[in-house]
Design a protein around this ligand. Structure first.
Ligand code: BGC
Length: 766
């Protein structure tokens, strides 16, 4: 393929050719233009394997695609908390794309897990925006290092499958910016992602494919995105509106009617040709980059990649519980129970579904061990089979330890449909309960892409979550069970005690296509921690076969302003007997905010490897923004002065070290004061604070004898009540109670509000 000059091509294109260029040639290719030597570029689904279709095409994983490698899904990879691993995954996918002449991989999916009921959570990273952004960025960098474009999806607030093609996510501005957009921002700013896929759904009533606020104001202007926007497959409703809003490429290929509509709009002036040119330019730049980075000789070693998939799976596994039974000993008599031991579930259903020749099961990897296998239940059914249960009990009784392979069948979680509950199938729960009656040394291995309710968990000795671990998940499982590898994954999503505890529960999946995000910023652990609620397993949780000791928390300063960087360090030591990896997590918080804030928010993590007895120093760098919230008054992040907390933990509920710093921010909000504003509110601005101090003195001096007497009789309670009342007092009351004349209050307000109108949000930028 020959390179070309984008601008020269645009100059030579006819209006019709420009309009055609903005739609795909077919299901998976951009439009070619032989007259000017513009080739067609192929794009394929990911994110955890290459779904390249060369026969019949579809976007739901129905028809065959080429035989390839299935890596662990994104939900699994998120638990690795390992950016190098994500980079490597991206790189390997990029190498395969090069070998297969694919120019763009449709991934990663970075929507936030608002509810564990979202059927597609297996394809997303986390409930946490910071973690999602970092993981996505590492993946993107790896993929794009091979000259293959990544495409983050689905922009934005696409957090459920119910009404996914037509619903509207009613999410407020602060929540959008604090929870649902940061991962995209990181992917654009740091990851330099080449493409963004706009979602099917609407946000606040406007379809994402027609949403100029999201696609132009936020994505291009605020985040600085310079790649191209592609629609989700079939997301376009009105092609002209899409172009106006900032959609460049419509996929899959469009009908002639849409090309005609674009041409007509340009001819009648309702669509400026410059806007069309801009879309064409964005697409052609991608085509040119794909041409320029195409490697002539690109091979991909699938056998090596399959093995790698198994190594990845080991890094992603989360040891949820262990009373010491794991790792198993090689001379133990072990019963493997459950059909998943023979046929593991290892990937999700839908557009990410890849074609794998062979999946390595746990049962295939028991050479040299004393393992018996019984089916226990049928994976495709929910109905209890008493005969299978009886056989399983007999096997468990004969063994030293029973390992039950359980989890979610494919029908329980899939793209296109949300989950109805978090339960395992009845036949699996029944089997586990029955086995526990005869064998107390019972371990459960879980295969599934999302949260599961585990009613028998208290009586189980250990639970090892392997997620949807890719085509070598069985090998990884056995190795971890035997201690040939040490689990080091952490949950990227809270596991609530019951689904009803989830903050979105009452508003999921919405009504009549409208889903209200009433829980606001309190998603996942932000909610459970604020409410001090019990959870089954907290965000960031994951055990190890060894033990880590945390010590020596240090800050390089005790005060920071909003322009400074704070260096935080601590030491972590492997105090156990085996090599292991720990994910050191850093959370920030603020006390005494004027707005509702989560108790803690993840703002840093590092995965470190330690030999027994080894100690490492871990360093983090924080800025003012790590303590900020999104303030809608300025449409930007705002750092408040006050006390900041920094916590270092092994999970969000296992905080090992913590300390405070003082934040001295010079940021100020443009507050307009009214007669109804309170005295307390005055303290929020510099000018207001001067008035506030004066008023405190005046009001303090005016306290009468009676009040002094009440204070001394009632003590601190009375003082506090008086203080609160004073802070809550509207400025108007200063006139009512004769402290100020009406004209004086008006003059004071005029003075206080002088600067507000001149205020420019730009100066507040961090
Ligand atoms: C999915 C996308 C996918 C596309 C192409 C859509 O239904 O939502 O994630 O990339 O199909 O298969």
């Amino acid at each position: 393929m020959k390179s070309f000059d984008v601008e020269q091509v645009i100059e030579q294109l006819t209006l019709e050719e420009k309009a055609q260029m903005c739609s795909g040639r077919d299901f998976w290719h951009t439009q070619n233009l032989d007259r000017l030597g513009i080739p067609s570029i192929m794009m394929c689904d990911g994110p955890n394997g290459l779904r390249k279709q060369i026969g019949e095409e579809d976007h739901l994983g129905i028809h065959e695609s080429i035989e390839t490698v299935c890596y662990p899904t994104e939900s699994a990879f998120a638990s690795s908390f390992d950016l190098d691993l994500l980079y490597e995954l991206g790189k390997m996918l990029g190498q395969e794309c090069q070998a297969e002449h694919v120019g763009m991989l449709l991934g990663p999916g970075i929507n936030i897990k608002r509810s564990p009921l979202c059927g597609r959570n297996f394809e997303y990273f986390s409930e946490d925006p910071y973690l999602s952004g970092k993981l996505a960025t590492a993946y993107i960098k790896g993929l794009q290092s091979q000259g293959i474009a990544a495409c983050v999806k689905h922009f934005a607030a696409n957090n459920q499958e119910t009404r996914r093609l037509s619903g509207s996510s009613e999410v407020d501005e602060r929540t959008l910016h604090e929870i649902y957009l940061p991962a995209f921002e990181e992917a654009v700013k740091d990851g330099k992602v080449r493409s963004v896929m706009c979602a099917y759904n609407a946000v606040k009533g406007t379809f994402c494919a027609e949403n100029g606020i999201l696609l132009r104001d936020v994505l291009r202007d605020q985040f600085g995105f310079d790649g191209f926007v592609v629609t989700d497959w079939g997301a376009i409703k009105n092609r002209v509106k899409g172009l106006l809003a900032g959609v460049d490429l419509e996929m899959p290929g469009s009908t002639e009617g849409k090309t005609a509509a674009i041409m007509k709009a340009v001819e009648d002036g309702s669509l400026k040709v410059e806007i069309l040119d801009e879309a064409v330019r964005n697409i052609l730049r991608f085509v040119k980059e794909a041409v320029d980075s195409q490697k002539e000789q690109a091979d991909f070693d699938r056998d090596a990649a399959h093995k790698k998939a198994g190594e990845f799976a080991k890094e992603c596994a989360v040891l949820l519980k262990n009373d010491g039974i794991l790792p198993l000993k090689k001379d133990q008599k072990i019963a493997f129970i459950g059909e998943f031991a023979e046929k593991p579930r290892f990937q999700g259903a839908g557009s990410s579904h890849v074609n794998v020749k062979h999946t390595v099961s746990a049962l295939e990897c028991v050479n040299g061990l004393s393992v018996t296998y019984v089916k226990g239940y049928e994976a495709t059914s929910e109905i209890v089979n008493e005969q299978l249960v009886r056989e399983a009990k007999a096997a468990a009784l004969q063994a030293d330890v029973a390992v039950i392979f359980a989890g979610l069948p494919e029908a329980f979680e899939s793209e296109g449909a949300d989950r109805e509950h978090l339960r395992l199938p009845e036949n699996q729960n029944h089997l586990i309960t029955e086995i526990l009656k005869v064998q107390k040394n019972t371990v459960v291995v879980l295969y599934g892409g999302s949260v599961m309710e585990l009613p028998w968990e208290e009586n189980i000795s250990a639970v090892l979550c392997m997620h949807l671990g890719g085509d070598h998940v069985g090998k990884a499982t056995v190795e971890l069970l035997l201690g040939e590898g040490n689990p080091s994954g952490k949950l990227a999503e809270s596991w609530p005690v019951k689904v009803e505890d989830n903050p979105s529960y009452l508003n999921f999946p919405g009504e009549n296509g409208i889903v209200e995000y009433h829980e606001g910023i309190f998603v996942g652990y932000r909610y459970y921690d604020k409410k001090k609620m019990e959870v089954k397993y907290p965000f960031g949780h994951g055990l190890s076969y060894t033990e880590f000791l945390y010590s020596d928390l240090q800050f390089d300063k005790k005060h920071i302003n909003n322009h400074e960087t704070l260096k935080v360090s601590c030491k972590v030591r492997n105090n156990g007997k085996s090599f292991g990896k720990e994910v050191v997590q850093l959370y920030t918080g603020v006390s005494e905010s004027t707005v509702r804030r989560p108790k803690r928010e993840l703002k840093g993590f590092q995965k470190i490897a330690l030999y027994p007895g080894e100690e490492k120093k871990v360093e983090f760098y924080l800025t003012g923004k790590d303590f900020a919230y999104y303030e809608t008054k300025i449409h930007n992040w705002f750092v408040e002065s006050g006390k900041g907390t920094v916590e270092i933990g092994s999970s969000s509920r296992d905080i090992r070290l913590s300390g405070n710093i003082v934040i001295e921010s010079d940021m100020e909000l443009p507050i307009h004061f009214y007669r109804t504003s309170t005295i307390g509110e005055l303290a929020k601005t510099v000018k207001g604070r001067e008035v506030f101090e004066k008023l405190l003195m005046i009001l303090g001096n005016r306290k009468g004898n009676d009040e002094n007497a009440v204070d001394s009789a009632m003590g601190e309670g009375s003082k506090r009540m008086r203080q609160v009342m004073m802070m809550e007092m509207p400025l108007n009351a200063l006139v009512t109670y004769g402290i100020m004349k009406d004209e004086a209050l008006e003059a004071m307000l005029e003075n206080l509000n002088e600067d507000v109108n001149a205020y420019k949000a730009e100066v507040m930028e961090l």
